[in-house]
Design a protein around this ligand. Structure first.
Ligand code: FE2
Length: 212
């Protein structure tokens, strides 16, 4: 049973991503912001026992079929939960960042023009997302990769609600709550620094899981 949703444990210490993400930002982001999405998602789903077996990803995929009375709440808070839960796993201490698997590196070359071109496209998507949202690398239905961004807590799993649909393998939170203590208005600096703490082992695993 997925319901009630709970805050997942980190697989690294709260300060392990410093100096890219400082301990206080991580603590507030996870235990206040992420926890609030979980609380609000649980509250929205409480009267809907028929939905309690669905995980966050399935709720996002099923958004268009959900009762209209809870659709916006699930979009914002189910998205908020899935996005942050995935995000924490996509990060790791810089010393463990590693590199894309050979299969993922080949896909990055063929779909995105190589790793440097990928970083440029992703950086543009992250920097140009107006207001709050996320930048993503997704695997599309045709198995190619694409760079996209979504507003608020939307994600590319939300079929019918987003410009580019697909399975996210890498995401970056560009809400101000993710970086403002350390970077203030310098979102591009946060985006650049992010690459050093990408958990390429996890991103490669997510890529492999979408292509089997
Ligand atoms: Fe966030």
């Amino acid at each position: 049973m997925a319901y009630p949703f709970t805050l997942p444990e980190l697989t690294y210490p709260e300060d392990a991503l410093e100096p890219v993400i400082d301990r206080q930002t991580m603590m507030i982001h996870r235990t206040k912001h992420h926890q609030a999405y979980i609380n609000n998602l649980n509250k929205a789903l409480e009267p809907h026992a028929d939905l309690h077996s669905l995980c966050g990803g399935k709720l996002c995929r099923a958004l268009s079929t959900l009762p209209e009375s809870i659709r916006t709440a699930v979009r914002n808070n189910g998205g908020g939960h899935w996005n942050h839960k995935a995000f924490w796993t996509m990060l790791c201490p810089a010393s463990q960042s590693g590199a894309p698997s050979p299969a993922l590196a080949a896909a990055i070359d063929s779909s995105l023009g190589g790793i440097e071109a990928m970083k440029t496209k992703f950086g543009t998507a992250a920097a140009s997302r107006f207001g709050s949202g996320w930048a993503w690398i997704v695997v599309k239905a045709d198995k190619t990769l694409a760079v996209t961004s979504t507003p608020n807590q939307d994600n590319p799993l939300m079929s019918g609600f987003v410009e580019v649909e697909g399975v996210p393998i890498l995401g970056l939170d560009v809400w101000e709550h993710a970086y403002y203590l350390n970077y203030q208005n310098r979102r591009p600096d946060y985006v650049s620094a992010f690459w050093s703490i990408v958990n390429w082992s996890e991103v490669s695993r997510r890529f492999a899981d979408t292509t089997v």
